[in-house]
Every structure is written in structure tokens, then in C-alpha cells.
Design a binder for this molecule. Sequence first.
Ligand code: NAX
Ligand code: K
Length: 478
Amino acid sequence: MIRSDRMAAVDRNAEAFGVPRKQLMESSGNAIARAVRDIAGPGASVAVVAGRGNNGGDAFVAARFLDDYDFTVHLLGRPESINSTISRENWDALQTGDYDTEAVTDSRTLDLGDPDVVVDALLGTGVSGAPREPEASAIEAINDSDALVVAVDVPSGVDADTGETPGVAIDADRVVTFHDLKPALADREDVTVADIGIPDAAELFVGPGDLLGLERDPRGHKGDFGRVLVIGGGPYTGAPALSAQAALRAGADLAFLAVPDGVADAVQGYSENLIVDGLVGTRLVPEHVPELLERASDVDAVVLGPGLGDADTTLDAVADFLAEFQGRAVVDADALQVVPDVDTDATLVCTPHQGELQAMGGPSAEDWRERADAVEAFAADIGHPLLVKGAHDVVSDGETTRVNRTGNPGMTVGGTGDVLAGATAAMLSALDPVSAASVGAYANGTAGDLVVDDHGYGLLATDLVDALPDALWGGEDE
Ligand SMILES: NC(=O)C1=CN([C@@H]2O[C@H](COP(=O)(O)OP(=O)(O)OC[C@H]3O[C@@H](n4cnc5c(N)ncnc54)[C@H](O)[C@@H]3O)[C@@H](O)[C@H]2O)[C@@H](O)CC1
Ligand SMILES: [K+]
């Protein structure tokens, strides 16, 4: 089952991995043609009713695979209003190939004739709300006809994700959907799921499609995109500061730090963008937990661990905090070892490197494919999503597993893990844990790839922080 936002991401990743959308559309059209052949023999009359998006484009392609049928294409609207380049190219191919097409500019003039089959290609996953005119009248005309109706991807008027029909909707005899079942189709028996050649890699590997979910609400005001609290420091000062700066560069609006008093000035000294509050003493202890819970209740995501060290009292404090905390947190560094033994209602993303994973009782495997399977099993076992760092980062919540390939060997320098934790926390304030970890890893690695040319193996964690915005919002290039 796949939702339309995920489908759009996979589609974009397929393009990045060398299979552009137009190729997928060719496969979609071919699959529609096969469905028509299944229900009506050569020579049957087929009327396509197409909208101006890619749903219509899929059906334009089908015409070329059904030359032995009596085929007519009715485009709802002017050809200039086709709003996707690849659909327009396929429309143009029908003109050049002298196919029987008409542009219907007034839906009252739509005359389907008396076809054996109607292909409904009006609206697919791009619909929002109830069908407007002229689509609404066309849907009624199709429902009134005696033809067998083959719907492309989803019956027009049906919301692919929810199955809701806010207005009129096509009453289909057959649905040809692409790549994977859409939630709206789950209970239907007349659905064919067509493999359109999207490579598995487009689902498994994190890619630019995964960034599509980050488009910021333009109405958003300060605080909407995320407030992040970093709980860290004590023995170290740089680690929590790096995490907090990375969270800001990855889109968080405010980054707070809760660090022991002994290092608060040092941490604040790194940047005026950080909001630093001291905790009494020189390291985290259980007495701090009530105050931390209160501060954490005021943010969207927490980073727990950077620079805390592994003193027994500090690890006790981490355990006490997690036992009570119910929000979202990225757990990193020494705090990780506490997680398997803690019963918590919090939503966690644990970010171990392979050594830390083993210290948590997790698996080790040289081959990244074996590691991906083992990490999936371990995530299911401990009940928390994992982001296991390596040349191939593995993200899994025990059910969904993703692999990130961005990054380079220059990133073994100290502090890159702190940057990753902060970036992931910014994402966790807006996305589900697997998406947040996937995008965090992808952005961190891409930032490394952007700066490696300038700095080679001399790159620093602070270089990554500065490159994060470009990695996330810098454009389409991989
Ligand atoms: N990965 C993918 O997403 C793939 C998509 N494909 C096809 O592309 C379709 C999605 O294409 P698009 O995103 O172009 O969108 P659609 O073709 O589903 O519809 C978008 C068009 O409908 C208009 N529209 C939106 N809401 C409307 C409403 N309530 N009343 C009237 N018009 C409305 C939009 O302005 C736009 O012109 C899928 O359903 C599928 O058929 C396939 O080619 C294969 C791959
Ligand atoms: K449709």
C-alpha cells in the first residue's frame, strides 16, 4: 500500500536513479492497454476521457498500444492547458500519429457515442477536493453510459489516500493502478496493480524525492517548523553546540540547550543563535530530570546525549528522563546504551554508529544488506526506530527500512554524528521517525559531499553545519 505523497517521493527518486517519469508513463499506458484487451477484443470501440494532468497522459500513451481498436480520445480542455510536459508530449504524439482526438472545451458538448469501453483518465492522485467543472459533468456522462469503465490509477473523484468521495465519482468496473495499491482501493476486487518499472532502489535508498515532504508552509511563522532542545554537555562542550546549530541549519526555528552550568558559558560562546540554560553542577544528574521534563514539554523534539559522557549518575538521569518523557527525541552517543533497558512512551530515533549499536546489544554485519536486515530485526526487538551510521546508513523502525548512500570518508572526523543528531531532530519535529532519520542522514551526507571538494579530508563538522541548507533546499541536483 502506498500513499500519494510517498508515491511522489518514489517517483522523484526513480528519476534521480535514472528512470525518468516519461518512461514510467509509457509503462502505465501499456498497462492500461492490457486491461482494455482483457475485457474487449480487437475492433471494440474505446473512448478515453482525459484530464489535463498525468492521469490523462497515461491514457494518451495507451492509445498507441491499441491501434487495432476503434479508439477516440476526448481531452477535457484545450491542449495548451495540459499542465504536464510529458502529458503534452504524449498528446502531441497522438496528433502526429493521426489518432482520433478531440479537445472538449465545453463539457456540455462531450459526446461519448456508444463505446464498448470508457477509459476514465480524468483525475488521479493529483485531485484535491470534489471534482469541479468540466470534470464533474464528464464523470456523470461516463456513469450514464452503458460502457465498461476502466479507471486509470483511481476512479476519478475518489481520494486515493482516504477513499473519500467529496463529490461525484466514477463508478468503475475495473481499476488499473500503478506500482502499488492505493489505500482507497484496498477493499476492491476489480483492481490490477501494474508494475511500471520503478526500481526497488527508488523505495529503498533515500533520495531527493524524500525531501519533497519538507516544503514549508509559506504561512508558517516562527516556532511552527520546530523548536528543538538539546540535552547534553558536561565533559564536552562542542558536541551539544554542534547539534543545536545543525538543528537550526536544518530548519528548526529555535534551538535551546540544557547543559550543566559548568559549561554553559563555553557553549553559549560558540554562537549567539543558541538559547542556553544551565543546569546546576558540572554534569547531568537525576536531580535535573523534573526540570528537563518541563523544558522538553515546550519543544517539538529533543536531542539527548551529545557530550553528556558516561558517568553512572548521568546515565541514571538519562534513564529517568526517558521513563517519564512522552515526546519525540533523537538519542545519541553515551545516552544510547540506556535505551534497551528503559520502558518509555517517547517516540525515539536512536542514532548509533556500529560500535554503539553493539554496545546496545545490537547486531554487527560487514555487508550493508545483511546489516539492513539485522538492524530491522533489532529495531523491532527494542521497539524504537534506529539510524545506524556507516558508509551505508541504515534506518529502520522494524517494518520500514531505508538506506542512505550520501556522504564520504572525510566525514569520519569528530562531530559529524552530533550534526546528524541535530539535523534529524529538526526533521523529527515535522516528520515521522523513519522519514526524519532518512532525511537527516541524506542531508548530513549530502552536506559532506558538497564540502568535500573544497576541504577534502580536512573537512570539519562545522563545515557540514553550514552546508545543510544547501543540502536540503539547494536544488534538484543529487
Ligand atoms: N509516481 C507517480 O506519481 C506516477 C503517476 N502517474 C499518473 O499520474 C497521476 C497523477 O498525475 P497529476 O499529479 O498530474 O494529477 P492528476 O492527473 O491526477 O490531476 C491533476 C489535474 O487535475 C486538476 N485538479 C485537481 N483537483 C481538481 C478538482 N477537484 N477538480 C478538477 N480538476 C482538479 C489539477 O489542476 C491538475 O490539472 C496518477 O494518478 C497516475 O495516473 C503514472 O504515470 C505513474 C507514476
Ligand atoms: K482516473
